[in-house]
Design a protein around this ligand. Structure first.
Ligand SMILES: *[C@@H]1O[C@H](CO)[C@@H](O)[C@H](O)[C@H]1NC(C)=O
Length: 366
């Protein structure tokens, strides 16, 4: 007998959520539009204005009138989503991004790609490190361990960028050389499976998991350079891995505990870390420290943790919160030159819940 009442409760919840959202739209002025065009008045005109600016900025053309109108409808919904994200996440700036003509489902299918897998329970756990001498701010970009921002394109290969970024950093720490490594090798050749879930395997643009990618790299002998095995953003191609041109190799990898101090200590000691995150707020993110009041812990995106900041008092806007610095793989035209800042302290968007570290062995590569 629980079902009907549950259903009733659910409908009530849905109904009130709709009311709340409707309320927001009606009663509050357009935050987003205020930021972009201060004096514009009418919502539809604004939406049209933003849409044409969006099309120009990101070079969008649509094949048919139907497609155009369909994309405009989605765009308008995304303006409202950005506005609601702005309310839920006031320390960041949300607005029109290059993903503003995509539905959440399209966005998730094309630009994320973290398999909803658990970390293997037999994975090696990273040793507990001392945390007393951690610097208050730290950024691996200042120490030369991070390559330029890359772009996964419309391919759910985020996991390969996350894993490659971690190995690039580890390789730098062990050899002093920063080498851009090949994601495409992982996309084409890595079909490593989760040891606990049969059939849950790394699958190119269909998604994967960073720890599987480390396992593959360990077994294969290593990864080639980006320039020797360039990224195409397409899968189902043949594996063109050439063992004689390995540029970096994995010594071992391990899973870091959920404790934020341990995450920071592993970051400082071992280099950038591969992390999973819930990317819902990232579709509309423009800049600032993202610290949403509500964010799912379901992980759907793989990114690279490269540093952290203690936060500072920013006189005009808000008190800046302590944050993690995240390298993303959506090109430099997204976020803060390709980077995302998310607040530290309470596992916001699940950012602390799937963290892994990798160590590289010295490989002479020429
Ligand atoms: C991983 O490999 C590195 C480099 O060879 C080594 O220093 C470290 O002790 C290893 N870590 C674990 C947890 O085995």
């Amino acid at each position: 007998m629980a079902t009907p009442s549950l259903f009733f409760l659910f409908s009530l919840l849905l109904f009130s959520a709709t009311l709340v959202i409707a309320n927001r739209i009606d009663s509050e002025d357009d935050l987003l539009i205020r930021q972009v065009v201060p004096d514009a008045e009418e919502h539809l005109l604004n939406a049209e204005h933003h849409f044409s600016a969006f099309k120009t900025k990101f070079g969008r053309t649509y094949a048919t009138k139907e497609e155009h109108d369909y994309r405009f409808r989605i765009f308008k919904n995304n303006l409202l989503r950005a506005k609601s994200h702005q309310k839920l996440d006031p320390s960041a700036v949300h607005g029109v991004t290059k993903f503003s003509d995509l539905t959440p489902a399209e966005f998730s299918r094309q630009f994320l790609g973290l398999k909803p897998l658990r970390l293997p329970s037999d994975a090696q756990k990273a040793p507990i490190l001392p945390t007393s001498d951690l610097p208050s701010d730290f950024d691996w970009r200042d120490h030369g361990a991070v390559t330029g921002v890359k772009n996964q394109g419309s391919c759910g290969s985020c996991w390969s960028f996350s894993a490659v970024g971690a190995l690039e950093g580890a390789h730098f720490l062990s050899t002093g050389e920063l080498v851009s490594l090949s994601e495409q090798q992982l996309v084409d050749c890595d079909h490593e499976c989760d040891p606990e879930e049969r059939g849950a395997c790394d699958a190119g643009c269909g998604g994967g998991l960073m720890t599987n990618a480390f396992e593959y790299s360990l077994k294969a002998g290593g990864l080639m350079r980006e320039k020797d095995y360039p990224y195409t953003g397409r899968d189902r191609g043949p594996c063109k891995f050439d063992k004689s041109s390995i540029a970096a190799s994995v010594a071992n990898f391990s899973v870091v505990s959920l404790d934020e101090e341990q995450i920071a200590a592993n970051l400082v000691k071992n280099g950038p870390l591969a992390v999973g995150i819930n990317a819902i707020f990232m579709q509309t993110y423009i800049g600032g420290v993202s610290c949403p009041y509500i964010c799912g812990k379901h992980l759907d995106h793989g990114v690279l943790l490269v540093g952290y900041g203690a936060g500072a008092y920013a006189p005009i806007r808000f008190k800046e919160k302590p944050f993690w610095i995240i390298k993303n793989s959506w090109g430099e035209s997204w976020g803060e030159k390709g980077y995302y800042k998310i607040c530290r302290g309470h596992n916001v968007c699940g950012v602390d819940s799937m963290v892994s570290t990798v160590a590289a062995i010295h490989t002479s590569s020429h």
